[in-house]
Design a binder for this molecule. Structure first.
Ligand code: NAP
Length: 244
């Protein structure tokens, strides 16, 4: 039996997820770096983290597919003997005014951000060991009520609702369920399709006057996953430099 605590990081291959994967290996977890399609990025990250002395493996699974999520947990248990931490980080963003959102874009947001998070929460509710942690991903944009973020914000609001309900349903299991809601963070998801002027304006929305970094968010996840965060349960942590 493996002695390390075991974490699954969905969408753990790029952006915020990659920083979480790295941070949790440094913290001593065996980390499953889940990815959807970009195998090379995931495998390269796993190799780098192992070369740094960590324990990590890249495993493909589309979180929107419940059977693929079951297989992801099966493969993690087979390799490491159990699962202690689920970081439900995989997500996509598509921005458009409500009047212009097409059905395919809406369905994809719901399938990955909401159903994908739900599929992983449901599996974790069955399988996490006592003392475990579920860390979901919302967004601080919910507080801003920004135009064009309607469909995306709706999926994240639903994740926040599930977070509190699941924290209560796991009564007696010593498992906490929380969500992290980052503000604008320098990743492909945030930067793609935005002008330098818009990025600068959004960076200045918080009083620290900079974008968040993936490492800023990984530090919050590390806290919630570790022993110091054990008394926080059913909460949403808005990690955004004080934006809203
Ligand atoms: P990112 O750089 O675009 O990375 C997304 C990650 O998710 C990749 O590893 C990707 O894998 C994976 N992924 C996408 N669809 C998936 C699926 N169906 N199944 C499994 N994995 C999938 O995104 P990010 O900025 O790091 O965002 C991470 C989380 O933070 C998201 O939930 C996002 O909504 C949230 N968030 C981000 C910001 C921000 O400003 N960046 C702000 C608030 C909240 P592949 O590479 O294989 O596609």
């Amino acid at each position: 039996m493996h002695s390390r605590s075991v974490a699954i990081v969905t969408g753990g291959s790029r952006g915020i997820g990659a920083a979480i994967s790295e941070r949790l290996t440094v913290d001593g977890y065996a980390v499953v770096i889940n990815y959807a399609g970009r195998r090379d990025d995931a495998v390269a990250l796993a190799s780098r983290l192992v070369a740094q002395g960590g324990e990590a493996v890249a495993l493909q699974a589309d979180v929107s597919d419940p059977v693929a999520v079951q297989r992801l947990f099966d493969a993690t248990e087979a390799r490491y003997g159990g699962v202690d931490v689920l970081v439900n980080n995989a997500g996509v963003m598509d921005l458009a005014p409500v009047a212009q959102v097409d059905d395919a874009a809406f369905d994809r947001l719901v399938a990955i951000n909401l159903k994908g998070s739900f599929n992983c929460m449901r599996e974790a509710a069955h399988r996490l060991r006592s003392g475990g942690r579920i860390i979901n991903f919302s967004s601080s944009v919910i507080g801003l009520r920004l135009e064009t973020y309607g469909a995306y914000s709706a999926t994240k609001a639903a994740v926040e609702a599930l977070t509190t309900v699941l924290s209560r349903e796991l009564r007696g299991r010593s498992i906490t369920v929380n969500a992290v809601a980052p503000g604008p963070t320098a990743t492909d998801l945030f930067l793609e399709g935005k002008s330098p002027e818009l990025i600068e304006r959004m960076a200045k929305m918080n009083p620290l006057e900079r974008l968040g970094t993936p490492a800023d968010i990984a530090a919050v996840v590390s806290f919630l996953a570790g022993p110091q965060g054990g008394w926080i349960n059913g909460q949403v942590i808005r990690a955004n430099g004080g934006m809203v």
